[in-house]
Design a protein around this ligand. Structure first.
Ligand SMILES: NC(=O)c1ccc[n+]([C@@H]2O[C@H](COP(=O)([O-])OP(=O)(O)OC[C@H]3O[C@@H](n4cnc5c(N)ncnc54)[C@H](OP(=O)(O)O)[C@@H]3O)[C@@H](O)[C@H]2O)c1
Length: 175
């Protein structure tokens, strides 16, 4: 591939929200404490960089080192700067991916609903793992926004857990 692999790994409510309207994500805790990380560490160790939206950045950086050892690129048109050790980017996303490829990045995790939909619209997402949390939030920030594309997805795996979480993984753009 002449660009890095791009993956989505995200948790959503049954009705498709990734956070409440006020950005709270404490409802994710209901699947914690089952001795299960739902493949998170495996996913984290497989990527070498993240591209996250400004809103995800603001939530993630409420903890000291949210993505240890990973290169983090924050997308924002409004922030003047980001935390030391992270990078701020505004501009063409295809150009960003090309730049990261030249710099040796091989696998990128894109995170944040608005951000994810932009990469889907560019049709450069290769893998998508969605963990469905057993809750209906009724309202919130959506995982998917309108994009002007249809994207074929091939189911790679589906797994249910004792916590009630259901995880599905797709390869995109095939099948
Ligand atoms: N459930 C989960 O697993 C999960 C995972 C991740 C995040 N979350 C939650 O989801 C929420 C954030 O998601 P979100 O969909 O609201 O937003 P988001 O994608 O994290 O951030 C959107 C912001 O990113 C910036 N941005 C995006 N694309 C850009 C581009 N091409 N160029 C420049 N800037 C760009 C813009 O920032 P500016 O306005 O600064 O220009 C935009 O307002 C948070 O509450 C977070 O906690 C949940």
């Amino acid at each position: 591939m002449n660009r890095p692999k791009i993956s989505i790994y995200i948790a959503t409510s049954i009705d498709g929200y990734i956070a409440r309207q006020d950005d709270s994500i404490d409802w994710l805790d209901r699947v914690g404490g089952f001795g299960e990380d739902y493949g998170f560490q495996k996913h984290l160790s497989s990527i070498d960089a993240l591209i996250i939206g400004r809103k995800t950045y603001e939530i993630a950086t409420t903890v000291a080192d949210p993505y240890p050892g990973k290169r983090v690129i924050v997308l924002s048109n409004s922030l003047p700067a980001v935390r030391e050790g992270m990078e701020l980017y505004r501009g063409d996303l295809t150009a960003l991916i090309a730049k990261l490829h030249i710099e040796g990045v091989r696998h990128i995790w894109v995170d944040g609903g608005v951000t994810i939909s932009q990469f889907l619209a560019l049709q450069i997402v290769d893998m998508m793992t969605i963990s469905i949390i057993p809750i209906i939030l009724g309202a919130g920030l959506p995982l998917f926004h309108v994009i002007d594309k249809e994207i074929s997805c091939r189911l790679l795996s589906s797994q249910s857990y004792a916590s009630g979480l259901v995880q599905i993984t797709y390869a995109l753009g095939v099948g």
